[in-house]
Design a binder for this molecule. Structure first.
Ligand SMILES: NC(=O)C1=CN([C@@H]2O[C@H](COP(=O)(O)OP(=O)(O)OC[C@H]3O[C@@H](n4cnc5c(N)ncnc54)[C@H](OP(=O)(O)O)[C@@H]3O)[C@@H](O)[C@H]2O)C=CC1
Ligand SMILES: O=CCCC(=O)O
Length: 289
C-alpha cells in the first residue's frame, strides 16, 4: 500500500525512513520541501502539496509540530481536506489537544474519509529504532489497517477508543515528564550547590527506585551543557500548556505542572526553545545564591 507522510521534522524523518526501509512505498511532503531530498535518496516520492499526497495515497500519516500546523495542513488551500474521500484514511501522530483532533476528525469524516489520532511516546532515538509507543484512538478499522505500519514505527500500539483519548493520554504522559525534568534539574543544581558531585548523584539515582531512562539518557549530557535537540523544548512547553488546559477543563489542580510550565516558558523567552527540553536545567542553574 502506498503511504503518504506529511512532516519530516526530527520524528517524521525517522518514522518515514523506517517505513521506506521496511518496504512501504512512501510519498512525502514537508513545508520546507528541501527536507524531502534525503528521503527521496532512500526511495520515497515527493508530493508537492498535502492534497497531492492524499490524492496519490490511501493511507496518510502526519507528524507536525503543534495544533496550528495540524489544522493548517488539513484545512488550508492545497490541504488534506481537498482530496480526502471514502476509502482513504488519515492518521495524525502529532501531539495536539483533543479539541484539535476532534475538529480534524469531524472534517475528514464529513468527506467520507476515516481518521485516527495516534500520538507517540518516545523520542528521536526510539523513533529511529522503531521503538515508539503508539497511543491511537478513533476509527478502529483504520487502526487495524495501520497495524503493519505501526509495527514498523513502534514497539507497542494501544487502541484507546474514541477520538480525544489518544491526545489526552499523550498529554498526561508529557505533563509528568516535563514535571520530572524540572525536579531532576533542581536536584542536579542542589547537589552541586551543596558541595556534592552531580555525577555521583546520577549514579545514585540510577541504582535506586526512581531510576529511569530519561535521567540515565539525558543526565550526563546536561551536566556538560549539551542540549542538542531530541525533543525540542518549545514542543514540551506546548504539551505542558495543553495538559494544563485539560486540567482546567476537568478541575484538576496541578501546581507542580504549572510551575514546570513557567520554567519552560522562561527558557523559551531566553531563546532556548529549539534546544532539547533538558535545557530547562540552564534556567534552574541561573538562580543566584
Ligand atoms: N521530538 C520528540 O522527541 C517527540 C515529538 N513529538 C511530537 O511530534 C510532533 C513533531 O515533533 P518533532 O518532529 O520533534 O518536531 P520538529 O520541530 O522537528 O518538526 C516539526 C514539523 O512540523 C512542520 N511544521 C511546523 N509548522 C508548520 C506549518 N505551519 N505548516 C506545515 N508544517 C509545519 C515542520 O516543517 P518544516 O520542516 O518546514 O519546519 C516539521 O516538518 C510534535 O507534535 C511533537 O510534540 C512526540 C514524541 C516525541
Ligand atoms: O513528546 C515527546 C516525548 C519524548 C519522550 O517520550 O522521551
Amino acid at each position: 500500500m502506498e503511504v503518504g507522510f506529511l512532516g519530516l521534522g526530527i520524528m517524521g524523518k525517522a518514522m518515514a525512513t523506517n517505513l521506506i526501509k521496511s518496504g512501504f512505498k512512501v510519498t512525502v511532503w514537508n513545508r520546507t520541501l528541501s527536507k524531502c531530498n534525503e528521503l527521496v535518496e532512500l526511495g520515497a516520492s515527493i508530493g508537492e502539496t498535502p492534497a497531492a499526497v492524499v490524492k496519490k495515497c490511501k493511507l496518510i500519516i502526519a507528524m507536525l509540530s503543534d495544533p496550528a500546523a495540524t489544522l493548517l495542513v488539513v484545512f488550508d488551500k492545497d490541504g488534506v481536506l481537498e482530496e480526502i474521500c471514502s476509502g482513504k484514511g488519515y492518521i495524525d501522530m502529532s501531539t495536539v489537544d483533543p479539541e484539535t483532533s476532534t475538529k480534524i476528525s469531524q472534517a475528514i469524516t464529513a468527506k467520507g474519509g476515516s481518521f485516527l489520532e495516534a500520538p507517540v511516546s518516545g523520542s528521536k532515538q526510539p523513533a529511529e529504532a522503531g521503538q515508539l509507543v503508539i497511543l491511537a484512538a478513533g476509527h478502529k478499522a483504520l487502526y487495524d489497517l495501520a497495524i503493519p505500519a505501526f509495527d514498523v514505527m513502534g514497539k507497542k500500539s494501544f487502541f484507546l477508543g474514541e477520538i480525544g483519548n489518544g491526545a489526552k493520554m499523550k498529554l498526561v504522559v508529557n505533563m509528568i515528564m516535563g514535571s520530572m525534568m524540572n525536579a531532576f534539574s533542581e536536584g542536579l543544581v542542589l547537589a552541586e550547590r551543596s558541595g556534592l558531585n552531580p555525577s555521583n548523584l546520577l549514579d545514585v539515582l540510577d541504582l535506586g527506585g526512581i531510576a529511569n531512562p530519561m535521567f540515565r539518557g539525558k543526565g550526563p549530557g546536561m551536566l556538560k551543557g549539551n542540549h542538542s535537540p531530541a525533543f525540542p523544548l518549545k514542543h514540551q512547553q506546548k504539551d505542558m500548556r495543553l495538559a494544563l488546559a485539560l486540567g482546567d477543563e476537568n478541575a484538576v489542580s496541578m501546581p507542580v505542572a504549572a510551575a514546570a510550565n513557567e520554567a519552560f516558558k522562561k527558557a523559551r523567552s531566553m531563546g532556548l526553545g529549539d534546544l532539547d527540553f533538558s535545557a530547562v536545567y540552564e534556567i534552574v542553574k541561573m538562580q543566584k545564591d
